[in-house]
Design a protein. Structure first.
Length: 124
């Protein structure tokens, strides 16, 4: 293997790592998905439970739960005729959300006021 090939592998690994991070942030960029994650920090929930907490249609909640599950953030466990959803990595998720809150504290309103990333764009 030549040095150029080794460098190419490192560059590919770095690109894939950035892509994975972008996908993670995108999965959590929707306020409804973020609310689902926050509710699941308190323990397992069924879609019907989340629907009641969030006041949204069951189909909407199901779609967001499916997205989070596909991203590897949620686990699903069949219980009778229902499915219980839990965070795949609750400690890491809680730490991540705490770090995000800290970053928001130091950036102030700059994130909310950014014309390129208006909050309403992420709530659709």
């Amino acid at each position: 293997m030549t040095m150029q090939e080794v460098g190419g592998v490192a560059e590919l690994d770095e690109l894939m790592s950035r892509s994975a991070a972008a996908c993670l942030f995108h999965a959590l960029s929707d306020s409804t998905r973020l609310q689902v994650v926050q509710h699941l920090l308190t323990g397992p929930h069924r879609v019907v439970d989340l629907k009641e907490h969030l006041g949204l249609a069951q189909s909407t909640v199901s779609a967001h739960v499916a997205c989070l599950k596909d991203c590897g953030l949620l686990d699903a466990t069949p219980v009778g005729r229902s499915t219980m959803y839990t965070l795949s990595h609750p400690v890491a998720t809680a730490d991540f959300l705490r770090a995000a809150e800290e970053l928001l504290l130091v950036t102030g309103s700059a994130v909310v006021l950014c014309p390129r990333h208006a909050a309403s764009d992420h709530d659709r």
